[in-house]
Write a protein that binds this ligand. Sequence first.
Ligand code: AMP
Length: 214
Amino acid sequence: MAIIMLGAPGAGKGTISTRLAEAYGIPQISTGDILRGEVQSGSELGKQAKSHMDSGGLVPDDLIMDCIRVRLSREDCRKGFILDGFPRTIPQADALGGLLGELGFTLDAVVNLEVPEEVLMRRLTSRRTCSNAACQAIYNIHTKPPKAEGVCDLCGSTLVQRADETEEVIKNRLAVYAKNTFPLIDYYKASPAYFAVPCLDADATVRDIRARLE
Ligand code: AMP
């Protein structure tokens, strides 16, 4: 099963992908999480990616394709995967098409999560993320607060606001989304796998998507 989650930053791709990954027993592959892990470990890829990420811009396509090729070739992806935050440009989508063919997958779903812009902004500025690279659990100070302020429920590490979640950087990320990633909706619209769902209530969104996949 191969699923692509599309949607602006803050649309809920991470939350919905995690829930679907649990339901279908396949991994959620977030290029953002992979890149943050590389930055934390100080790898060469992390060094090259960091400045793009800090400003809210996109990491170059060739670096992303190298990383996704390695990740999708791993054993745990044999039954399928949910792509969260990838592809983000038309060249990435073209390259993914070739890679899926090589790996023997066809797309089961391209899900576009629809959320009004003012909701995106509110969600992104109130998000807190676990600082433990192996955990990276996501909270929202209004709608999903941790049990103890500033502390991860799952692993006890400190919660932080991501460096790319200041208001100025968020505006840039939304502008980058509009320019580079929004065109992917037209790219995939003709595919029978494409559909859009509102993402205001995670339970309802997961139910909608599962019903479409039955
Ligand atoms: P995310 O956690 O998905 O919002 O990603 C955080 C940051 O990682 C983005 O703002 C980009 O700088 C970078 N990134 C993640 N996925 C991609 C991708 N598919 N292509 C280019 N850059 C990416």
